[in-house]
Write a protein that binds this ligand. Structure first.
Ligand code: 5GP
Length: 135
């Protein structure tokens, strides 16, 4: 599947690359939520979090941790949001798996999601359904 990220991997499109190995590539997001917002992607195409194979996923998250630590030491990030938007309903716009690393500085404008609550018994019902479907 050809996306803007495959063009970045093949260097047809330029990007500010911060890390590369045989499996992974990481570069700055062109439209950062905060300064240093980085995307970690596999060189081998998968659509998103749902279909990425186990070995690739493991490797990518280890790379993501290394880069998150470097965002602390190099940019002074106080925290990081690690996010994989998967499918359009979750905000995915580029259909090549990627991990967003959004460094947080305490004075930025990113506001996280609103939270709700459960009616009595609903959480237990949902937990049972989810548990039964895990393979
Ligand atoms: P998604 O919305 O799929 O979770 O995230 C896709 C991300 O890719 C967006 O944050 C967007 O800014 C970034 N992006 C899209 N096109 C380019 C590009 O050409 N270069 C870079 N560096 N980032 C891009």
């Amino acid at each position: 599947m050809d996306t803007i990220f495959s063009k970045i991997i093949s260097r047809e499109v330029s990007a500010d690359i911060v890390y590369e190995d045989d499996i992974a590539l990481a570069f700055l997001d062109i439209a950062p939520v905060t300064e240093g917002h980085t995307l970690v992607i596999p060189k081998k195409w998968s659509r998103n979090f749902f279909d990425t194979d186990e070995a690739t996923l493991q490797h990518l998250f280890l790379v993501a941790q290394k880069i998150a630590r470097s965002l602390q030491t190099s940019l002074g990030a106080k925290g990081v949001n690690v996010q994989c938007n998967s499918e359009p309903e979750a905000g995915q716009t580029v259909f090549h798996f990627h991990i967003h690393l959004i460094p947080r500085f305490g004075d930025d404008a990113l506001v996280l999601w609103p939270q709700g609550s459960y009616e009595k018994g609903r959480a237990t019902e949902l937990a049972q359904k989810i548990k039964a479907a895990i393979h």
